[in-house]
Design a protein around this ligand. Structure first.
Ligand code: GAR
Length: 210
């Protein structure tokens, strides 16, 4: 069975979607560990409740980003994952870390990339008055929120929307598309080649599947 390590920093609602998919035999693999850089992340409890090893690795206990990432690499590699899944992991990764897991590390970002890289995506989309917003799953590259996109889901932005309502709409889509992308990877259907991501051998469009 393919092995998955999930990195989180907070609530872990995307982690929960992956745990649920696994419980229905729809993940294509097994989550073998969940690691958080915050010891009080609620997602660690979700992991323990599901019988998954939960590891807290507080980044503040390390002198530098390099030292933290080095420790993180060690913990991850102990679990011999086929795939590393970033699910609300709010740390910028060093090039060494990204290179180590290149082509086998996915992230979910709450915008229709390449729009709104970085933080506060919902507030910025609202402020711009866009009519469409959403979420992207992408392979992680050294460019922050800039790696090749695999799949996106869009939501309509209405005049009534607030930052909260938009976040809720987008998150409901996150929970749908992340388990699907993970499954594609674990079943060997999704790979990152020299020309970009392919699904079943067919190159994906620049902004992924919608
Ligand atoms: C998710 O909405 C995810 O898209 C976002 O953090 C949230 C984590 O929620 N990720 C980023 O902003 C990455 N820069 P969760 O802990 O409930 O899954």
């Amino acid at each position: 069975t393919p092995r998955v390590v999930v990195l989180i920093s907070g609530s872990g609602s995307n982690l929960q979607a992956l745990i649920d998919a696994q419980s229905y035999d729809e993940l294509g693999g097994e989550i073998v560990a969940v690691i958080s850089n915050k010891a009080d992340a609620y997602g660690l409890k979700r992991a323990r409740d599901a019988g998954i090893e939960a590891v807290a690795l507080p980044h503040r206990e390390y002198d530098s980003r390099e030292a933290f990432d080095g420790a993180l690499i060690k913990v991850i590699e102990r679990h011999e994952p086929d795939l590393v899944v970033l699910a609300g992991f709010m740390r910028i990764l060093t090039p060494r870390f990204v290179q180590r897991f290149y082509g086998r590390m996915l992230n979910i970002h709450p915008s229709l990339l390449p729009a709104y890289q970085g933080l506060h995506t919902h507030a910025r989309a609202l402020a711009d008055g866009v009519s469409e917003h959403g979420v992207s799953v992408h392979f992680v590259s050294e460019e922050l929120d800039g790696g090749p996109v695999v799949v996106q889901a869009a939501v309509d932005v209405t005049p009534e929307d607030t930052e909260d309502s938009l976040q809720q709409k987008v998150q409901s889509r996150e929970h749908l598309i992340y388990p699907i992308a993970v499954r594609w990877f674990l079943e060997g259907r999704l790979t990152l080649g020299a020309q970009g991501p392919t699904l079943d051998g067919t190159p994906l469009p620049p902004q992924g599947l919608r």
